[in-house]
Structure formats: C-alpha cells, structure tokens
Design a binder for this molecule. Structure first.
Ligand code: B12
Ligand code: SF4
Length: 514
C-alpha cells in the first residue's frame, strides 16, 4: 500500500514546483539522481528509524535542503537534529507551505517547525495520488479522520493527533475516491487511527460512500482500523459492509484482562468477552485483522501460550504480534522512566520487563511468532474464520453473460499467474515440497466447507498472505523457514514449545526443523 504522508505532503506543494515521490517500499533510491532537487523531504515511522538515519547520512553531501517530518521525528526529535537542516513536528498542513514559501522567495527558514494548532481537516486538499508510480501499489491511502478518543497507555496517536477526532467532509472524501479511482486503484485503506473514533461522523459518511459506490458500480474495496467497540454497533458494521469494507484491523493486544486494564485499553474489557465481540463483527460479514502485544507488566511466561490459544480461537489469519514498545511522549514511556525501567542497552527492547527477563520475553515472542505463522496453525485460523462467516452470494458461471464470463476468465488467469509465481518463489527457497503436502490437506478441508469454501482467488490470496507472514517471521527471528528458535533463558522453568506442545528434550537441545 502507498503511504499516506507521501501523497498528502505532496498535495501541499504549490503547483509551480515539481514534486517527485520516491518510495523505498516499491523502488530503490537512486541517490545520484537526487542532485537536481532544491528540497528533499524524508518521512518514516519507528520501525524505519535505522533506515531513515542511513538515508539521511547518504543525503548529507547533496546540495538540497534536507527536511524530515512524520511520526518518528515527531516523537524522537533529538535523534534528527544533526542529520537534517529542518525538522517538522506533528501535522504540517500549515508549516510546510510556510517553509516552501520562504525557500521559494529566498527568505531564511527556521530549523524547526511545529504547528501551533491542530490541522483543520475540512481544509486538507486532495492528496496527489497521480504522483504514485503506476502498477507498483495495490492499495491507496485515504484519510477521513485524525485522533482517537481512547487512552491506551502505549499509544502516541493521542499525543500526536489528540483525543478529539477531527474529520474531513463527505465531499472531500468523495473527491479523494474519484482521484483514487482515476489513478486505477481498486483497493483503498482508510488510514484513520480509528475510523470509528467519532461514530456519528462515520455514520454520516458511510451512506455517502455507499451512494458513490453504487453510482460507480462498486469499484473500490475498503480496509481500515477501528477499536473493538465497533462490535457493539450493528448499524455501523452493516453500513461498512454495504460500503464494501472487506476487513477492519482491530487492536486486540492481549486476551489477559489484567494487562488490558494496566494499559488502559478499557474498551477491550467492557461488556462481553473479546471472542464474542469478534464473532459479532464476523457474523455480519466484515473480515478482520488484528494486532497483539506481549510484554505488559502483568505478562509472565504463560502469556505466550495464552496468546497462542486465543489467536487460534479468534479465526483471524492475518495479524501482527509486537513486543511492547515505549514510544517517547506516551504515558507508558513516562511511567517506565519514572520507575527507572528504561534501559537502552538492548535496542530491541528498551525497557526492563516486570515478570520476565528480556531474553525470556524476546525468546517467547519469537516462538509465538513461529507457532502462529506455522502453515498448519495459519490455515486452522483460516478455516475457523470461514466456518463462522456468512457467505456472500456469488453468481454461477452458467448465469453469467458472455462479457462477465470473459472478465471472470481473465481474473482467474491473473490469480493463476500469482499462484505460479508463489510456487516459483517457494521452490527457490526449497520450501515447495513441504508446502505442497500441506496444500492437499488444505484443499480437502476447503471442499468440506461446501458453500462456505474459499474460491480459487481467495485460496491463492490465503497462500500469498501466509507466505508473507512466514517470511517476516523468518526475518524477525533470523532463523530458517520452519525452524523454531530456542529461548535463551536464565530461568530453569522456561520450556520451548513446538506446534502447540512443550518441546521434548531432544527438540530443545537441537534446533528443530519441521
Ligand atoms: C497506514 C498505517 C500503517 C500501514 C503502513 C503502510 C505504508 N505503506 O506505509 C501499515 C498497516 C502497514 C502499518 C504498519 C505499522 N505501523 Co502504522 N500506521 C499507519 C497509520 C494508521 C496511517 C499512516 C498514514 O498514512 N497517515 C496519514 C498521513 C497524512 O499522516 P502522517 O504520516 O502523520 O503525515 C502528516 C505529518 O506527520 C507530516 N509529515 C509526515 N511525513 C512528512 C515528511 C515531511 C518532509 C514533512 C514536511 C511533513 C511530514 O505531514 C503529514 C500531514 O500533516 C499511522 C497513524 C497515522 N495517523 O498516521 C500508523 C503509524 C504510522 N504506524 C505505527 C506503527 C507503530 C506501525 C507498526 C510498527 C505496528 C506494529 N507494531 O506492527 C507497523 C510497522 C510495519 C512495518 N514494518 O513497516 C505508528 C508509528 C509510531 C511512530 N511514532 O513512529 C503510527 C503513528 C500509529 C501508532 N501510533 O501506532 N501502519
Ligand atoms: S484505540 Fe488505538 S488509536 Fe486509540 S488510543 Fe488506543 S491504540 Fe491508540
């Protein structure tokens, strides 16, 4: 997906200037080609910190004015003071045009810009989707709101964007959808911190999106992020489904209530159980992805098994698991500092956990990733989810017109090409044979679902998603595919876990290849 900052910041540049977007997610930076520019802006978030520092070092010798903005510099400004000419803190709808005006007229610029007031979202221009290189992206970023009313202790959204959600008008959003469609996109990520931060406004917008979709033949599929209290509002879920929202990312974080309460994620504890809430969302036809966190003060070594069991029961295949990360400016960061528990000697984990050693937490986290993104565990979740989802009615091939039939055949050919490409990639990694064995069983289970079964395109999509997560897991833990890392631990109680069971002594003594 394309990043929202790139197109939004580009849209604030007066049209007399030339703007070029270079996005390392989809292309290489050719540093020598940047010599002709007057201003070079860099953006990034916390996970991109090291790469941002490297890029800024590489830009140092160019003649341009080097500026940095975005979520990381906003919370960790001091890390950038010697690496750039100008820093933009927080939103930049007013400061960035001011700076450009000074540069263009030869006036001196400040070293640091921070907006006095939060951006008025009703004045934000349509992002420059036209500058995104064609064919490189699957999903366009459209933003409706900024800010979130909740209080989660680890989150910097409320310190950057505030707790009162600010929204664009429906006309603005529809103009963005027009632009997204004109650029050839079929997928759209509503990059709000919490799409339902202001439910009333979301309910006002959705009927307008539905009208727009109907008028254009439902060309766009949406995904977004929302808090779990969505489960308590059937009208809102139904509107989202009608507007063609395919999936919503939900910050579940942990099934352990004490940890949720500790981190002030009260919305996840209120009312009935987390699983019941997820079921309600799924039952109305909205797919889900989710985020989980380990490392809260109430987490002990049992949390990894607890998380695994919950994740499997959730039926959510695509999810992220993170180590709790204290970001500067957050209440969590301040609390850990006050407790003397910030310790920067380990860049992967900059605080001292309460009930585990750092090695236990990191080792347990890596093992959890391996268990969750094991091919069997992944497809168990796919089938749990499918078994509990209502099926969308599909027209049969016989009832299709010739034109529809031709479109379907083209569509299937495109997915067949993707499947072939994935098989090639797996073969290159010497993983094809192992996965073909699993594929047979997956296809059998799929057939057994009857009308709820995934079609060919959906099945290929599951496999591509699975492979993505398997690769990320391998990168994070620095091991080979299917190898469960051992927990380096000073605790006699620590046990490695293989495929949902405690590892045998033999498995523990040698790294196990499955
Ligand atoms: C969409 C999104 C994603 C997408 C990213 C897709 C992509 N291609 O980049 C996905 C879902 C993949 C994702 C993943 C993650 N994300 Co994310 N994500 C977002 C989200 C919701 C929207 C980003 C966006 O498009 N914003 C819209 C633009 C317009 O806002 P903006 O970036 O703030 O830009 C404004 C200003 O900052 C400024 N600005 C920005 N850049 C620049 C540059 C210059 C030169 C200037 C002048 C100004 C400027 O101007 C803009 C207009 O005011 C943000 C939250 C948010 N509200 O931004 C989190 C956010 C960026 N993500 C965050 C995190 C932590 C993650 C994960 C690490 C979560 C996890 N634990 O797995 C992963 C990392 C994945 C990875 N390895 O890359 C954090 C970053 C915290 C930080 N301070 O760095 C954020 C802020 C949310 C949060 N607090 O949790 N994310
Ligand atoms: S619900 Fe999400 S965006 Fe809102 S404060 Fe909590 S973590 Fe941050």
């Amino acid at each position: 997906m394309a990043n929202g900052a790139l197109v939004s910041v580009a849209a604030l540049v007066p049209r007399e200037h030339e703007v070029v977007i270079v996005d390392e997610n989809v292309e290489e930076i050719k540093f020598e080609k940047l010599r002709r520019f007057d201003v070079i802006g860099v953006t990034g978030m916390v996970v991109q910190a090291d790469r941002m520092f490297e890029i800024l070092e590489m830009l140092r010798d160019l003649p341009a004015t080097i500026v940095v903005g975005g979520p990381l510099v906003t919370v960790k400004e001091e890390a950038f003071t010697d690496l750039c000419d100008v820093r933009f803190i927080g939103e930049a709808e007013e400061t960035w045009p001011d700076f450009l005006k000074s540069i263009a007229t030869g006036q001196p610029t400040a070293k640091r810009y921070a907006q006095a007031e939060k951006t008025d979202m009703t004045k934000v221009p349509v992002p420059r989707f036209d500058l995104l290189k064609r064919g490189r992206y699957g999903t366009a970023p459209v933003q409706f709101s900024r800010g979130c009313p909740f209080l989660c202790e680890f989150c910097d959204i409320i310190t950057i964007f505030g707790r009162r959600p600010r929204v664009k008008t429906a006309e603005q959003v529809l103009a963005e959808l027009d632009a997204v469609l004109a650029r050839g996109f079929r997928g759209c990520f509503l990059v709000d911190d919490n799409f339902i931060g202001n439910k009333l406004e979301a309910k006002r917008l959705l009927p307008r999106i539905i009208e727009w979709q109907a008028a254009h033949g439902f060309p766009l599929e949406f995904v977004t992020e929302a808090s779990i209290n969505l489960a308590n509002d059937q009208e809102l879920i139904d509107l989202m489904v009608e507007a063609n929202f395919q999936s919503v990312f939900i910050g579940i974080e942990t099934p352990r209530e004490e940890s949720l309460t500790e981190t002030r994620k009260h919305q996840n504890v209120h009312g009935d159980s987390l699983l019941a809430k997820l079921e309600r969302i799924r039952a109305r036809g909205l797919g889900m992805s989710a985020g989980f966190i380990v490392g809260f003060d109430h987490d002990d070594e049992r949390i990894f098994d607890e998380q695994f069991e919950f994740i499997q029961a959730s039926g959510i295949p695509n999810l992220s698991i993170s180590l709790l990360t204290p970001l500067p400016t957050t209440p969590l960061y301040d609390r850990l500092r006050a407790e003397g528990r910030l310790d920067f000697s380990d860049p992967d984990l900059i605080y001292l956990p309460k009930q585990m050693t750092r090695e236990q937490l990191k080792g347990g986290f890596q093992q959890l990733l391996h268990r969750v993104f094991d091919v069997n565990a992944y497809f168990d979740r796919v089938f749990t989810g499918l078994a509990n989802s209502p099926r969308k009615r599909r027209g049969g091939w016989l009832s299709s017109s010739v034109r529809q039939l031709a479109t379907r055949m083209l569509f299937s050919a495109a997915w067949a090409a993707r499947a072939a490409k994935l098989a090639l990639v797996m073969a290159r990694e010497r993983q094809l044979r192992r996965h073909v064995r699993v594929l047979r069983e997956v296809l059998r289970r799929n057939r057994a679902l009857g009308p709820a079964a995934s079609n060919f395109a959906e099945m290929v999509n599951h496999w591509i998603s699975y492979w993505h997560f398997a690769c990320v897991t391998r990168q994070i833990s620095g091991t080979e595919f299917g190898i469960v890392p051992k927990i380096k631990s000073d605790s006699a109680n620590t046990q490695s876990v293989v495929r949902g069971r405690v590892a045998t002594a033999a498995e523990n003594s040698a790294i196990q290849f499955r």
